[in-house]
Structure formats: structure tokens, C-alpha cells
Write a protein that binds this ligand. Structure first.
Ligand code: SF4
Length: 472
């Protein structure tokens, strides 16, 4: 009798596929594939965003579960990706008994997903790894899919249709005590991506920024132990990888853990360069020094607005003085910096945007990323917007507004936004005089396919940026 694999995990492709010159292996989807292996089940993995649909079309093995990962941890999928889900599901149906989808959109809009895609059996609500393992462990997949409290299927639509904000969620990093859920990079063609590779060493965030889906979707912050982080760094080093980006939404949420990770890197003399996404309120002079002296070459800080009141009103609780201090310290330790900003936040006006631009110039970070507000499923703003729309259309929000940033206002265009766009055009010219290269098309990054940027090379972007430039 033909033997059957347990799981086929697919990373969804974008439409068009994501720009290959920025693409890192999708470590979130890879972690799901690995997690089931840690529990003794067989899994295979295909990254459709990197390799297109051909490897799926060529698939001849049989699987119990086919799982499409769409907008899970890494925020790179656009709404238009769903245009080809039909093709994916039709092929997936030929090789797998049941089809599930994982990620934020399917967690918040499972019934819309199920009604749009008849081949889909169910939507996993929230964190997927333990749910998929539960299903496999049950011994009766069909029953389990219809009774699991974190799955919405056509037969169990009583299930809550979005992940509630939980106070206590299991720490996924402690569920497999010896090895943790380290993503097995041997499952993907790791050298077919760019030269910087990724680790996600924590989930959740203790912050509460109103535009961000992380606190609700992932819950409170949970991190891998410093030893486990070291094990994952060594796993990457075994593939000759020497440039690592920690893609944690809030890498510095526990500053003592960062300090302990630095201590281990130092003690074990691990030689590599790395970057991460931190919060202004978490880092200190000592921590930045430790980070820089263990190879940290790049930090991203989400600041969002230059006027404190606007920033505070969306949940970013730090002053301009604190920002200046931290940016100054990081620069003095030779760390390259990226800051990100949302120009059209509620409460923003042309005057606050002028102040923001002035502040950005004063900070002078090598990379500056300018956004317009994207209303992401799971965020406070998304919940507010859905309240507004719920009586107008029960289908509002299926795939309307999840987006990577486009460089133009996502909200309805009003006079405020028009003026902000005008100010941005002027600001772009002023920044060009200061040596900033304008990046409004992701294809810009192709020029770095075969070379690095210089450590002081400056970018002002409105689109997804490439990690790992200028870290040498
Ligand atoms: S934007 Fe960053 S700091 Fe704010 S809630 Fe999200 S992950 Fe936390």
C-alpha cells in the first residue's frame, strides 16, 4: 500500500511573486513544517513564493494534511495573493486528504475564506503549530478537525471566529525542551535565497500599538531561552551562514534575555553579523554596547511619528528626547539604523508631518521607511473599522486592506492626506540633497544582488526594504 506523509506545508506565493532580490527563506512556514517533525510526524515543505507553483504541480506524494501558510508571522503577503489560491487548492486536493489554511486573514475571516474556497476544509485560528500537532496526534483527523476549538470548518462553525487576546498562552519555545522549534533549514533550499537569513526567537509583544496585530494575534511576549537561540544560530552557521536577521516583532522585549544571548555569543566566540527589530523603550547604553560588541550591525526602531502626542495616542510611549538619546548611542557604537514612520496616523496633520520630517532629518539614520497606515487584521484599528462597516456589508474586510505598504494612503483620500502626500514629495527632494536614495519600487534592490551597500549608504523608502545591506 502507498505510504502517506503526514503534512505538506506550503508558503503562499504573492501575486506577482515577491521580489526575489529581497527574499529570505520563510522561517515562519518552515517552523510549522519542522514542529510537526519534532513530534515524530513526517512533513514536506515548499516555498511557492520563491519557486512558483511548479514544485507543487510536480508533487506525487500523498499527504494527510495540506497546509497553506498565508500572512502568518512574516508580513510579506499582499491581498492579491488570494487570486491564485484556487489553483493551489485544486492541486493540493489531488495530493492531500484535508486542506487547511493558517495565518492572520484566515484567523479573523474564516467563514469568508471557507465560502470563497470550496476545497478548503478548515481555518486554523491563531498560533498553528500546537493545533496541527493535536490533529495529527488524535488518530482520527476528520473528527479532530471538526471538534478542535482552534479550527473553523464547515462542520464546526460554532468555533470563535478570531483569536481572543489571551493572557496566558503556552510558550511554544518550551514545548520541546531539548531542541525547541528550531526551523530545520534542510527542508528548504537555503542557498537559493539572499545572503541574510532569519531567526524568529520570540512571539508576541508586551506593547499595545493600535495599528499592530501582534499583541492580539500572538498574545503576550514569549521567547526562546538564550541557549536555544544559540543553538539556532549554530544551526545556521552549519550552513555557512554568517549574516542573521532576528525577525522577532519585539526582539528586545526582555532586555535581560538579549544581554544573556550576547554573553553566550561572546563566551562561545561565535563569529557572525546580525540585526534585529527593537523597541526604543527597551534598550540602554549597556545593552547597545553588548549588542554591538557581539556583531550587531543593524537595528530597526518603529517610531511612527515625530510629534509625541500623536505617537502616544497610538500606544508608543516614549519621548523625542529618549529617541534622540538611543539613536545617538546606537550610532556611536557603529550600529546601522532603520526607523519607520506612519504619516497618516489618526491625529496626524500636515503640521505634525512637517515636524516628523524635521525630526527624521535630525536623527539622520541610514535607513528611513515611510508608511501610510495599513489596517491589519487583528489590530485595534481593524477592529474599530470592522465595527463601522459591519452593518454595511457582512463581507467587509475579506481581503480588502491587508497589505504590505504601497507608498500612498490606504485610507480614503481626504484633504489632510493630499497635503501629506505633497509634503512627502518635497521631503524626498530635501533628503536627496542629504544623500538619501529614494526607493519606491522594490526592484530597486536588484542592484545589490551581487554587491553590498557601503555602511553609510542611505535609503529613504516607501516599500519593503532589503535586510543585510551595509552590515559588513
Ligand atoms: S508595533 Fe512593535 S512595539 Fe508596537 S505592539 Fe507591535 S510589535 Fe509591539
Amino acid at each position: 500500500m502507498e505510504s502517506k506523509f503526514d503534512c505538506l506545508i506550503l508558503n503562499a506565493p504573492n501575486v506577482p511573486r515577491s521580489e526575489q532580490s529581497i527574499l529570505i527563506e520563510p522561517v515562519d512556514a518552515l517552523t510549522i513544517a519542522t514542529y510537526v517533525q519534532h513530534f515524530g510526524y513526517s512533513s514536506a515543505f515548499i516555498d511557492l513564493d520563491r519557486f512558483g507553483l511548479a514544485p507543487l504541480k510536480a508533487e506525487t506524494r500523498r499527504f494527510s494534511l495540506g497546509v497553506l501558510v498565508y500572512d502568518y508571522y512574516i508580513p510579506l503577503h499582499t491581498a492579491s495573493a488570494a487570486k491564485i489560491f484556487i489553483d493551489i487548492f485544486l492541486k493540493l486536493r489531488e495530493v492531500s486528504e484535508f486542506i487547511l489554511i493558517v495565518g492572520k486573514v484566515s484567523s479573523y475571516l474564516p467563514k469568508n475564506m471557507l465560502s470563497k474556497f470550496p476545497e478548503l476544509y478548515g481555518c486554523v485560528i491563531g498560533e498553528a503549530e500546537p493545533v496541527i500537532v493535536d490533529i495529527l496526534k488524535s488518530g482520527n483527523i476528520s473528527n479532530s478537525l471538526n471538534s478542535h476549538s482552534s479550527i473553523v470548518s464547515r462542520k464546526n462553525d460554532e468555533t470563535p471566529s478570531s483569536p481572543p487576546r489571551q493572557k496566558h498562552v503556552p510558550n511554544i519555545y518550551e514545548m520541546i525542551p531539548k531542541s525547541g522549534p528550531i526551523a530545520n533549514r534542510a527542508l528548504c533550499r537555503i542557498h537559493d535565497y539572499i545572503d541574510v537569513h532569519s531567526i524568529i526567537s520570540s512571539r508576541g509583544c508586551s506593547g499595545a500599538c493600535k495599528f499592530c496585530s501582534t499583541p492580539q494575534y500572538w498574545g503576550p511576549w514569549r521567547g526562546a531561552s538564550p541557549e536555544l537561540v544559540l543553538a539556532e544560530i549554530n544551526h545556521l552557521k552549519s550552513f555557512d551562514i554568517n549574516k542573521i536577521i532576528f525577525l522577532d516583532d519585539s526582539f528586545s522585549d526582555d532586555p535581560e534575555r538579549v544581554s544573556a544571548i550576547c554573553e553566550l555569543i561572546k563566551r562561545r566566540r561565535i563569529d557572525f553579523v546580525w540585526g534585529c527589530l527593537c523597541r526604543i523603550e527597551d534598550v540602554s547604553k549597556d545593552l547597545l554596547f553588548d549588542m554591538a560588541s557581539t556583531g550587531c550591525k543593524w537595528i530597526h526602531f518603529g517610531i511612527e511619528h515625530g510629534v509625541k502626542d500623536v505617537r502616544m495616542s497610538i500606544g508608543k510611549r516614549f519621548t523625542n528626547r529618549r529617541i534622540l538619546e538611543i539613536i545617538g548611542l546606537a550610532k556611536s557604537f557603529g550600529i546601522r539604523l532603520r526607523t519607520s514612520w506612519i504619516l497618516d496616523l489618526p491625529g496626524a496633520t500636515p503640521d505634525t508631518v512637517r515636524e516628523t520630517f524635521k525630526f527624521i532629518k535630525e536623527l539622520g539614520t541610514q535607513e528611513t521607511k515611510l508608511h501610510f497606515l495599513a489596517v491589519r487584521p487583528g489590530s485595534f484599528f481593524y477592529r474599530e473599522k470592522n465595527k463601522e462597516h459591519s452593518f454595511k456589508s457582512k463581507h467587509y474586510g475579506l481581503l480588502d486592506e491587508i497589505s504590505i505598504h504601497t507608498g500612498r494612503p490606504n485610507n480614503k483620500v481626504n484633504d489632510n492626506n493630499k497635503k501629506i502626500v505633497e509634503l512627502l514629495s518635497k521631503f524626498r527632494l530635501e533628503m536627496a540633497e542629504q544623500g538619501y536614495q529614494w526607493v519606491d519600487n522594490v526592484k530597486f534592490w536588484r542592484r545589490f544582488n551581487d554587491c553590498d551597500a557601503s555602511p553609510d549608504e542611505r535609503f529613504l523608502s516607501t516599500v519593503v526594504t532589503r535586510y543585510g545591506l551595509g552590515w559588513s
